[in-house]
Design a protein around this ligand. Structure first.
Ligand code: AMP
Length: 228
Protein backbone atom coordinates (compact mmCIF):
# COMPACT_ATOMS: atom_id res chain seq x y z
CA UNK A 1 0.00 0.00 0.00
CA UNK A 2 1.42 3.40 -0.98
CA UNK A 3 1.44 6.50 1.21
CA UNK A 4 -0.23 9.85 0.80
CA UNK A 5 2.04 11.99 2.96
CA UNK A 6 0.30 15.15 4.14
CA UNK A 7 2.79 17.83 5.19
CA UNK A 8 1.57 20.25 7.83
CA UNK A 9 3.21 23.05 9.76
CA UNK A 10 3.05 26.82 10.13
CA UNK A 11 4.90 29.33 7.99
CA UNK A 12 8.58 29.20 8.88
CA UNK A 13 8.48 25.53 9.92
CA UNK A 14 10.35 24.49 6.76
CA UNK A 15 7.44 22.60 5.20
CA UNK A 16 8.35 23.44 1.59
CA UNK A 17 12.00 22.49 2.05
CA UNK A 18 11.10 19.24 3.77
CA UNK A 19 8.46 18.31 1.19
CA UNK A 20 11.09 18.75 -1.54
CA UNK A 21 13.77 16.74 0.31
CA UNK A 22 11.30 13.95 0.95
CA UNK A 23 10.12 13.96 -2.66
CA UNK A 24 13.72 13.71 -3.90
CA UNK A 25 14.55 10.91 -1.47
CA UNK A 26 11.43 8.79 -2.01
CA UNK A 27 10.91 9.66 -5.68
CA UNK A 28 7.36 10.88 -5.01
CA UNK A 29 5.60 13.81 -6.70
CA UNK A 30 4.52 16.84 -4.64
CA UNK A 31 0.97 18.03 -5.13
CA UNK A 32 0.98 21.63 -3.87
CA UNK A 33 -2.57 22.96 -4.14
CA UNK A 34 -1.47 26.63 -4.01
CA UNK A 35 0.74 26.10 -7.10
CA UNK A 36 -1.96 24.14 -8.92
CA UNK A 37 -4.59 26.80 -8.23
CA UNK A 38 -2.24 29.56 -9.41
CA UNK A 39 -1.89 27.56 -12.65
CA UNK A 40 -5.66 27.16 -12.94
CA UNK A 41 -6.02 30.93 -12.38
CA UNK A 42 -3.83 31.62 -15.41
CA UNK A 43 -6.32 29.77 -17.68
CA UNK A 44 -8.97 31.66 -19.57
CA UNK A 45 -11.93 29.48 -18.56
CA UNK A 46 -14.87 30.08 -16.26
CA UNK A 47 -13.06 28.12 -13.55
CA UNK A 48 -9.84 30.07 -14.19
CA UNK A 49 -11.62 33.39 -13.78
CA UNK A 50 -13.33 32.31 -10.58
CA UNK A 51 -10.15 30.95 -9.00
CA UNK A 52 -8.20 34.07 -10.02
CA UNK A 53 -10.68 36.28 -8.18
CA UNK A 54 -10.61 34.15 -5.05
CA UNK A 55 -6.81 33.98 -4.95
CA UNK A 56 -6.57 37.75 -5.33
CA UNK A 57 -8.95 38.21 -2.39
CA UNK A 58 -6.84 35.94 -0.15
CA UNK A 59 -9.86 33.73 0.66
CA UNK A 60 -9.95 29.94 0.52
CA UNK A 61 -11.06 28.35 -2.75
CA UNK A 62 -14.35 26.37 -2.26
CA UNK A 63 -13.99 22.76 -1.15
CA UNK A 64 -15.80 21.39 -4.26
CA UNK A 65 -13.18 22.92 -6.55
CA UNK A 66 -10.35 21.53 -4.41
CA UNK A 67 -11.94 18.07 -4.44
CA UNK A 68 -12.06 18.14 -8.23
CA UNK A 69 -8.55 19.50 -8.71
CA UNK A 70 -6.95 17.12 -6.20
CA UNK A 71 -8.75 14.01 -7.47
CA UNK A 72 -7.77 14.85 -11.05
CA UNK A 73 -4.11 15.52 -10.28
CA UNK A 74 -3.65 12.54 -8.01
CA UNK A 75 -5.08 9.97 -10.39
CA UNK A 76 -2.28 10.64 -12.86
CA UNK A 77 0.05 7.63 -13.29
CA UNK A 78 2.96 9.45 -11.58
CA UNK A 79 0.93 9.38 -8.33
CA UNK A 80 0.40 5.61 -8.44
CA UNK A 81 3.25 4.95 -5.99
CA UNK A 82 1.98 7.56 -3.55
CA UNK A 83 2.47 11.32 -3.31
CA UNK A 84 3.13 14.24 -0.99
CA UNK A 85 0.39 16.80 -0.35
CA UNK A 86 1.29 20.39 0.50
CA UNK A 87 -1.56 22.80 1.27
CA UNK A 88 -4.35 20.20 1.33
CA UNK A 89 -6.45 19.40 3.30
CA UNK A 90 -7.07 22.76 4.95
CA UNK A 91 -10.65 22.24 6.23
CA UNK A 92 -12.57 19.30 7.77
CA UNK A 93 -14.68 18.77 4.60
CA UNK A 94 -11.43 18.57 2.61
CA UNK A 95 -10.13 15.97 5.07
CA UNK A 96 -13.25 13.90 4.37
CA UNK A 97 -12.72 14.33 0.64
CA UNK A 98 -9.18 13.08 1.05
CA UNK A 99 -10.47 9.95 2.84
CA UNK A 100 -12.57 9.16 -0.23
CA UNK A 101 -9.73 9.86 -2.63
CA UNK A 102 -7.34 7.66 -0.59
CA UNK A 103 -9.86 4.87 -0.39
CA UNK A 104 -10.57 4.87 -4.11
CA UNK A 105 -6.84 4.88 -4.89
CA UNK A 106 -6.01 2.24 -2.27
CA UNK A 107 -3.51 4.56 -0.55
CA UNK A 108 -2.90 5.17 3.14
CA UNK A 109 -2.85 8.68 4.67
CA UNK A 110 0.09 9.67 6.85
CA UNK A 111 0.22 13.17 8.33
CA UNK A 112 3.55 14.76 9.23
CA UNK A 113 3.35 17.90 11.35
CA UNK A 114 6.60 19.83 11.62
CA UNK A 115 6.66 21.36 15.07
CA UNK A 116 8.85 24.38 15.83
CA UNK A 117 8.77 26.51 19.03
CA UNK A 118 7.08 29.88 18.44
CA UNK A 119 10.20 31.92 19.38
CA UNK A 120 12.15 30.12 16.68
CA UNK A 121 9.40 30.68 14.09
CA UNK A 122 9.56 34.41 14.92
CA UNK A 123 13.30 34.49 14.39
CA UNK A 124 13.04 32.56 11.13
CA UNK A 125 10.32 34.85 9.75
CA UNK A 126 11.19 38.25 11.28
CA UNK A 127 14.90 37.68 10.60
CA UNK A 128 14.34 36.93 6.91
CA UNK A 129 15.91 39.36 4.42
CA UNK A 130 15.64 39.05 0.64
CA UNK A 131 17.80 40.60 -2.06
CA UNK A 132 15.87 43.19 -4.09
CA UNK A 133 17.70 42.04 -7.20
CA UNK A 134 18.44 38.27 -7.20
CA UNK A 135 15.93 37.13 -4.49
CA UNK A 136 18.69 35.39 -2.47
CA UNK A 137 17.39 34.80 1.05
CA UNK A 138 19.32 35.58 4.26
CA UNK A 139 18.46 35.54 7.93
CA UNK A 140 19.94 38.11 10.30
CA UNK A 141 20.05 35.47 13.09
CA UNK A 142 21.04 32.28 11.25
CA UNK A 143 22.54 33.28 7.91
CA UNK A 144 23.54 36.96 8.02
CA UNK A 145 25.07 38.66 4.98
CA UNK A 146 28.73 39.68 5.34
CA UNK A 147 27.67 43.34 5.38
CA UNK A 148 24.31 44.17 7.06
CA UNK A 149 21.57 44.95 4.53
CA UNK A 150 23.66 44.09 1.47
CA UNK A 151 23.50 40.96 -0.71
CA UNK A 152 26.75 38.93 -0.72
CA UNK A 153 26.13 37.82 -4.28
CA UNK A 154 25.44 41.05 -6.16
CA UNK A 155 25.80 43.94 -3.67
CA UNK A 156 22.14 45.01 -3.97
CA UNK A 157 20.05 46.09 -0.96
CA UNK A 158 18.14 43.50 1.11
CA UNK A 159 14.51 44.02 2.09
CA UNK A 160 12.07 42.62 4.65
CA UNK A 161 8.75 41.27 3.31
CA UNK A 162 5.84 43.48 4.38
CA UNK A 163 4.12 40.57 6.17
CA UNK A 164 7.29 39.58 8.06
CA UNK A 165 6.80 42.13 10.85
CA UNK A 166 6.08 40.89 14.40
CA UNK A 167 2.42 41.84 14.49
CA UNK A 168 1.58 40.23 11.20
CA UNK A 169 3.65 37.13 12.02
CA UNK A 170 1.72 36.72 15.28
CA UNK A 171 -1.59 36.98 13.37
CA UNK A 172 -0.55 34.47 10.70
CA UNK A 173 0.64 31.96 13.29
CA UNK A 174 -2.51 32.33 15.39
CA UNK A 175 -4.72 31.89 12.35
CA UNK A 176 -2.79 28.81 11.30
CA UNK A 177 -3.18 27.20 14.74
CA UNK A 178 -6.88 28.00 14.87
CA UNK A 179 -7.58 26.67 11.38
CA UNK A 180 -5.54 23.48 11.54
CA UNK A 181 -6.34 22.40 15.10
CA UNK A 182 -9.51 20.44 14.10
CA UNK A 183 -7.59 18.66 11.33
CA UNK A 184 -4.71 17.72 13.61
CA UNK A 185 -7.16 16.42 16.23
CA UNK A 186 -8.96 14.42 13.56
CA UNK A 187 -5.78 12.70 12.35
CA UNK A 188 -4.47 12.27 15.88
CA UNK A 189 -7.61 10.42 16.95
CA UNK A 190 -7.15 7.91 14.15
CA UNK A 191 -3.44 7.45 14.97
CA UNK A 192 -2.22 8.93 11.68
CA UNK A 193 -0.65 12.12 13.02
CA UNK A 194 3.13 12.12 13.38
CA UNK A 195 4.60 15.20 15.05
CA UNK A 196 8.22 15.74 14.07
CA UNK A 197 10.66 18.06 15.84
CA UNK A 198 11.42 20.81 13.29
CA UNK A 199 14.45 22.29 15.10
CA UNK A 200 18.00 21.70 13.88
CA UNK A 201 19.38 21.58 10.36
CA UNK A 202 17.18 20.71 7.35
CA UNK A 203 19.08 17.40 7.08
CA UNK A 204 18.32 16.52 10.72
CA UNK A 205 14.62 17.26 10.30
CA UNK A 206 14.60 15.30 7.03
CA UNK A 207 16.11 12.25 8.80
CA UNK A 208 13.33 12.41 11.44
CA UNK A 209 10.61 12.57 8.79
CA UNK A 210 12.12 9.65 6.88
CA UNK A 211 12.16 7.61 10.07
CA UNK A 212 8.45 8.33 10.58
CA UNK A 213 7.55 7.20 7.06
CA UNK A 214 9.74 4.11 7.47
CA UNK A 215 8.14 3.18 10.79
CA UNK A 216 4.64 3.63 9.34
CA UNK A 217 5.50 1.21 6.51
CA UNK A 218 7.07 -1.32 8.91
CA UNK A 219 3.97 -1.04 11.09
CA UNK A 220 1.81 -1.94 8.14
CA UNK A 221 3.98 -4.97 7.26
CA UNK A 222 3.60 -6.18 10.88
CA UNK A 223 -0.16 -5.87 10.69
CA UNK A 224 -0.19 -7.86 7.42
CA UNK A 225 2.03 -10.59 8.90
CA UNK A 226 -0.20 -10.75 11.99
CA UNK A 227 -3.26 -11.23 9.80
CA UNK A 228 -1.73 -14.05 7.73
P1 AMP B 1 -0.53 28.44 -0.60
O1 AMP B 1 0.44 28.57 -1.76
O2 AMP B 1 -0.63 27.05 -0.05
O3 AMP B 1 -0.30 29.48 0.47
O4 AMP B 1 -1.99 28.76 -1.22
C1 AMP B 1 -2.26 29.98 -1.89
C2 AMP B 1 -3.76 30.19 -2.00
O5 AMP B 1 -4.35 29.11 -2.73
C3 AMP B 1 -4.49 30.20 -0.67
O6 AMP B 1 -4.49 31.48 -0.09
C4 AMP B 1 -5.90 29.78 -1.09
O7 AMP B 1 -6.60 30.85 -1.68
C5 AMP B 1 -5.64 28.77 -2.18
N1 AMP B 1 -5.53 27.39 -1.63
C6 AMP B 1 -4.46 26.56 -1.62
N2 AMP B 1 -4.75 25.37 -1.06
C7 AMP B 1 -6.07 25.46 -0.71
C8 AMP B 1 -6.96 24.57 -0.05
N3 AMP B 1 -6.58 23.33 0.36
N4 AMP B 1 -8.23 25.00 0.14
C9 AMP B 1 -8.66 26.20 -0.26
N5 AMP B 1 -7.86 27.10 -0.86
C10 AMP B 1 -6.57 26.74 -1.08
Amino acid sequence: MANIIVMMGPQGAGKGTQAQMLADKLGLPIIATGDILRDVARGDSELGNLVREILASGQLVPDEILARVVSECTCEPRCGGGYILDGFPRTPPQARQLEQIAQSQGHRILVVKISVPTELLYKRLAGRRTCTHCNAIYNIYFKPPAQPGVCDLDGHALFTRSDDNEESIAKRLELYEEKTRPLLDYYDESGRLHVVDGTGSPEEVHARILEVTRRASVGEADVKRGGE
